[in-house]
Design a protein around this ligand. Structure first.
Ligand code: SDX
Length: 429
């Protein structure tokens, strides 16, 4: 009997099986040999929401949920947030190593070269209602990029693949800012490539008629760090959506558009907007205990708390909480901060949350910063998407290059009607 194996006895037949263990996992296909008779399809695993299923091998991001550890390509998120910048981190995620000076300069030039969008995209944007949600605009605009760059379907051409990644990283902030300006009826702002990546985004968002946007360095750095913290997070809902859609060998724009649609949900990237709505609903500290009771009896959900993987404090939430104080020095304290801090203290000491290992996640404090920086709530998830575009691109590229990649096609447990004959309309009840 091999050491690295499971010995399984099927008590229905008395048959015994040896299933190989690799990297503390077994291949689900190795279970298919377990049958009760030759006509049997064979054993499958049943794992709704893939809570205990590894869908791929990846070198990109490591998370230890129990210890609250997050590393991009082996580098702790705390060190990257302190010492790096978003474009350098996007290079790291996509290429696997930190760039040297010439690689970095070329990367910045490649991405910056693609911050402009085709002028016809502005006509496309004009088709949206004035109050269209910026995430709805972003999801559809990213998909529209596949029509401007049809060569993106040449997935086997490495240079073409990388060109689309440069375009995505360059254009997603521009489209995001255009969506915001559209919603306010403001004139569209063009990129100013003299600014940094984060600085240019703030410029495109908030410049009015002044010839040069007056960029605050503290807010610029805060925006850049927030992009770093949101850049990747292994096989989360949106990233696994990018992989699944991309596995059909569609272009990267369609795959990333699907990812951004998944991120839109309030249980995922939409949580930062939901946190502010929750804090607004609580209104003041005196209402916190009543709200907490509502959470416990299932009437409310503590948005920005809990995580499928982290059963400890989300390391990103710690960094964002510290960053908030730096931003508030410039913008003034967010009035909801005291409610958020009190809510956190109560939750971290309340048995309901402690037993369920519910800690603040990346979304709990980020919305307070965004709001104080002048972003409307509808833009919060868009800000998440800008950072996560680097991770979606890196994960998509890894999937395309993975020899084990096949089109994603899960199975099911069919429990519907057995075979039955068609009944004419006049015979139906
Ligand atoms: C992100 O996957 C990623 O990596 C995501 C992300 C990334 O970077 O990509 O980290 C970004 O999406 C962060 C999560 C943002 N979402 C929220 O803040 C929404 C609120 N949180 C949840 O809805 C919830 O915690 C999830 C969706 C994040 C995780 O849900 P799970 O893993 O499916 O856990 P669960 O729903 O099975 O909850 C387990 C228990 C349940 O109680 P019981 O049924 O056992 O009694 O914990 C409870 C849940 O009711 N619970 C909560 C809660 N989260 C879980 N109860 C109150 N408030 C919450 N926030």
């Amino acid at each position: 009997m091999a050491d690295n194996s499971l010995s399984i006895t099927d008590n229905r037949t008395g048959k015994k099986y040896e299933i190989e263990i690799t990297d503390d996992t077994i291949r689900a296909m190795d279970l298919r040999q377990i049958k009760v008779n030759d006509d049997d399809f064979g054993m499958m695993t049943y794992d709704p929401a893939f809570t205990n299923t590894a869908s791929c091998r990846s070198d990109i991001t490591f998370i230890d949920g129990g210890k609250g550890i997050l590393r991009y390509r082996g580098y702790p998120i705390e060190q990257l947030a302190e010492k790096s910048n978003f474009l350098e981190v996007s290079y790291l995620l996509i290429h696997g190593e930190l760039p040297n000076k010439s690689q970095y300069d070329a990367w910045v030039n490649d991405v910056t070269h693609h911050t402009l969008v085709h002028e016809r995209i502005k006509k496309f944007l004009d088709g949206f209602r004035y109050d269209a949600h910026p995430m709805g605009i972003l999801v559809s605009s990213i998909a529209s990029l596949s029509t401007y760059y049809p060569e993106a379907k040449n997935l086997d051409d490495e240079a073409i693949r990388m060109l689309q990644i440069h375009r995505l990283l360059g254009k997603v902030p521009t489209i995001s800012a255009l969506g915001y300006r559209h919603s306010l009826g403001l004139p569209y702002t063009y990129p100013d490539n003299e600014f940094s990546y984060a600085g240019n985004f703030l410029n495109m968002m908030f410049r009015m008629v002044e010839p040069k946007y007056d960029l605050d360095p503290v807010l610029e750095r805060a925006m850049d760090v927030l992009f770093i913290l949101h850049a990747d997070h292994e096989q989360n809902c949106s990233t696994s959506s990018a992989r699944a859609v991309g596995s059909s060998r569609t272009d990267i724009y369609s795959a990333v558009s699907a990812a951004s649609a998944a991120l839109y949900g309030p249980l995922h990237g939409g949580a930062n907007e939901a946190v502010i709505n929750m804090l607004h609903k609580i209104g003041n500290k005196s209402n916190i205990s009543g709200f907490i009771e509502g959470v416990k009896n299932g009437e409310e959900r503590l948005m920005g708390f809990g995580h499928r993987v982290y059963k400890n404090y989300d390391p990103r939430a710690k960094i964002i909480k510290e960053l908030a104080y730096q931003v508030f020095e410039v913008t003034g304290k967010n009035p909801y901060l005291d409610i958020a801090l009190e809510l956190e203290q109560i939750a971290l000491n309340d048995e309901y949350f402690v037993k369920r290992k519910l800690y603040p996640n990346v979304d709990f404090y980020s919305g307070l910063i965004y709001q104080s920086m002048g972003f409307p709530m509808e833009m919060f998830t868009v800000l998440f998407a800008i950072g996560r575009t680097a991770g979606w691109a890196a994960q998509w590229l890894e999937m395309i290059n993975d020899p084990e990649t096949k089109i994603a096609r899960p199975r099911q447990i069919y429990q519907g009607a057995e075979e039955r004959d068609f009944v004419g309309m006049d015979q139906r009840d």
